[in-house]
Each structure stands twice: as structure tokens, then as C-alpha cells.
Design a protein around this ligand. Structure first.
Ligand code: PMP
Length: 379
């Protein structure tokens, strides 16, 4: 049985070109980037060059890029590190959207437990944060606002530029989790007007366990991981050279093909929807402004976990929401925030396309999807 992988929002396969660029740094060029000798210099040169390239692709300066162990660490760090630094200035309020990834929600809960005032912004039925909702929540005590660029469950794109501008009008800093945006959107941190932005390599055909946090020059942030003086003293730990090289190589490759990737996903998305159009009771979760790579569907009368496992037995990989939360039986907090009922949320699945998917795969997956949904409805 051939596997058909339609869960690219969970992770993507490592690109062969990226692997080739990483390999030498596992073997012959294994030096520690902090060592002053020739082996160390080779390693630090690779890290510096990766930082320069990534910075220029994001419209940032190299000293504004910090490498982390992934999106989760970057999100935790932006939220906690920035909130703690803002507290020094007497600002103890944090605003975030109610549809953030658990890595951001976790940090917000922690801040709340530590005495910060934490406000969760609602989203509209289409899954978008309305600028007016942010305006109503902002005040001079707000130190930090966090809204993700693209939601990982629905693919809904958020009005980041407008939200960042509003936050600045009230003197607050603005952080965006761009983990799901990065594979499909051209990011320019200045155009977006953000103060911090997180990335994770494995979402754009890079390695797992490496991410980056952009921190605008002048923005103060406390460090969470201490020890060595790596990452300009703000994040201790021996640099994972092959991973950093891989992250940048993957981002570079991705940035060069972002338009084609989107167009390809748009075709595959339309093909899938067309092929399942005979099914009754199917609704798309999310408004018009969505990435074509992510399709979140509610199928009336069908339990999403049953559908996931039945499809898995036939080689089709989809998900019931964020991979990080898929072990839980709780309905998606994102869909609940969009006004879906518990029942509707438990009838929803996420299908996410990738540039290596073929039309044949989509048609085959769609046919099995229709057959499986019908068999579950008849049970
Ligand atoms: N933010 C978003 C929006 C994500 O989708 C993910 C990955 N599920 C993360 C953060 C966490 O990234 P990582 O897997 O690199 O820890």
C-alpha cells in the first residue's frame, strides 16, 4: 500500500538538497562553533553565513536573528522573555488571540499564573482576529501583543500589518508566530512591522528541532536558557550547526519557490474539493482569506478520529487538528473560538497539501475519503 501524505501542516519531508548541505557538518566539519581553532572557525563561518542569508531573506539584520531548538522554544521565548522585560518598564498586560498554537498559549497561562493580566482576543466566524477587537483590548499597560500570522488548523491568514500598527500606537510590542506562514508567504519583517517573529524549519522541508526567532534591534527580551554566551549571550547551548545550515538552506529553497508552491497547493485543494463534491454535509472551516495548502473540513455526522484512523488504515495521512494536540480527545480550541459547537469541532479534519503531492494522489485520496465518509455515515 502506497502512503499518501496529506499532513504538511504537521511536518514536511526533508528536501534532498537541504540534506546534502547539512551532511558535511555532521561528519568532516563537526567543529564547535565556539572553538577558536580551524575546526571551530569552519563551523562558525557556516553559522554566520546561515544567519546572514536568513536575515536578508526576511528583510532583517543578521544580529536580529536568533537560532532556537524549534518553533516551540521561539514562541515560549518571545512570549515569556518579552513579557518579563516589559514588566521592568511597568507594563504587565499581555494580549493574544484565542487561536494561538499551544506553545504560545502555554506561555500565556504561565504569565497569568505569575500575575500578568492576560487578555484573549476573540476571532470572527471565519477564524480571523478583527482589528477592532484588539483596539478595544489595548491600553497603556499593554506590553506585548501576540497574533499568529497563519493559523495552523484552518490556514486563515491574519491581518498582521494592521494589528502590529495598532499595537504600536498604544506603545505595545508585537510578536507573530509565523511558523505556518513561512512555507507559503513572502515574509518581510519591516513590511509586516513586527517586533518578533518565530519560524520552524520542519514546516518548510527543513530538519526538525531547529527554529529561529527574529528580534528587532532595540527590543529588550530576557533570556530563558542560560549557560554559554551563544546567540549574543541570549540563548546558551552549543549551536546545532547542521540544523542551522539546514534551516537556512530550506528557507532559501522555499522562498525561491513560494509562489509555485502556493499555486500547486491551490490546484490540489480545488481538485480535492471537486472530487468530494458529491458528499453531503461538508463545510469548510475558515473564511475566504486562507492559505490553499490547508483545508479544514467539517463532515456532518462523522467523528473525526474515526475518519482519521479509517483513512490511516488505507494509507492516507490527515489530521484532526494540530499534531501537537492530536493525542488529546478535546475538541479544537481554534474551532470552538470560531463559534463551532463541540460536536462540529469533533466532526472536523485537517487536510494539508504539499508541493510533492501529485494529482493522482489527490484523486485517489479523495475517492477513499468519500468511500470512508459514506461507510461511517452508514454505521
Ligand atoms: N507554532 C505553530 C503555528 C505550529 O504549527 C507549530 C508546529 N505544530 C509550532 C508553533 C511549534 O513548532 P515546533 O514543532 O518546531 O516546536
Amino acid at each position: 500500500m502506497k502512503r499518501i501524505y496529506l499532513d504538511h501542516a504537521a511536518t514536511t519531508p526533508l528536501h534532498s538538497k537541504v540534506l546534502a548541505k547539512m551532511l558535511p557538518y555532521f561528519t568532516e566539519e563537526f567543529g564547535n562553533a565556539d572553538s577558536p581553532h580551524a575546526a571551530g572557525r569552519k563551523a562558525v563561518n557556516a553559522v554566520d553565513s546561515a544567519r546572514d542569508t536568513l536575515a536578508s531573506l526576511l528583510g532583517a539584520k543578521p544580529k536580529e536573528i536568533y537560532f532556537t531548538s524549534g518553533g516551540t522554544e521561539a514562541d515560549n521565548w518571545a512570549m515569556l522573555g518579552c513579557a518579563y522585560a516589559q514588566k521592568q518598564k511597568g507594563k504587565t498586560k499581555v494580549i493574544l488571540s484565542s487561536i494561538e498554537h499551544h506553545a504560545v498559549l502555554y506561555a500565556a497561562e504561565k504569565l497569568q499564573n505569575e500575575g500578568f493580566e492576560v487578555v484573549y482576543l476573540p476571532v470572527n466566524e471565519g477564524g480571523m482576529v478583527e482589528p477592532n477587537a484588539l483596539k478595544a483590548a489595548l491600553d497603556s499597560n499593554t506590553g506585548l501583543v501576540a497574533v499568529m500570522a497563519v493559523n495552523n488548523e484552518t490556514g486563515v491568514i491574519q491581518p498582521i500589518q494592521e494589528l502590529a500598527k495598532l499595537s504600536h500606537e498604544y506603545g505595545a510590542l508585537f510578536f507573530t508566530d509565523a511558523v505556518q506562514a513561512a512555507p507559503y508567504m513572502k515574509i518581510d519583517v519591516n513590511e509586516w512591522g513586527v517586533d518578533m517573529l518565530s519560524l520552524s524549519a520542519h514546516k518548510f522541508y527543513g530538519p526538525k528541532g531547529v527554529g529561529a526567532l527574529y528580534i528587532k534591534s532595540g527590543v529588550k527580551i530576557e533570556r530563558l536558557i542560560g549557560g554559554g554566551e551563544q546567540e549574543r549571550g541570549l540563548r546558551g547551548g552549543t549551536t546545532n550547526v547542521p540544523a542551522v545550515v539546514g534551516l537556512t538552506a530550506a528557507y532559501e529553497e522555499n522562498a525561491a519557490t513560494v509562489f509555485e508552491t502556493n499555486e500547486r497547493c491551490r490546484c490540489l485543494n480545488e481538485l480535492f474539493l471537486q472530487a468530494i463534491s458529491g458528499l453531503d454535509g461538508v463545510k469548510i472551516n475558515g473564511g475566504e482569506n486562507r492559505l490553499p495548502a490547508i483545508l479544514n473540513l467539517q463532515i456532518e455526522g462523522v467523528n473525526n478520529v474515526d475518519l482519521l484512523y479509517k483513512l490511516d488504515l488505507q494509507g492516507i495521512c490527515i489530521s484532526v487538528g494540530a499534531a501537537c494536540a492530536s493525542a488529546s480527545v478535546l475538541p479544537s480550541h481554534v474551532l470552538l473560538a470560531m463559534g463551532r459547537s463541540q460536536k462540529q469541532a469533533k466532526e472536523s479534519v485537517r487536510i494539508s497539501f504539499g508541493r510533492e503531492n501529485t494529482e493522482e494522489e489527490i484523486l485517489q485520496a479523495a475517492a477513499l475519503f468519500v468511500e470512508t465518509v459514506n461507510s461511517l455515515k452508514n454505521l
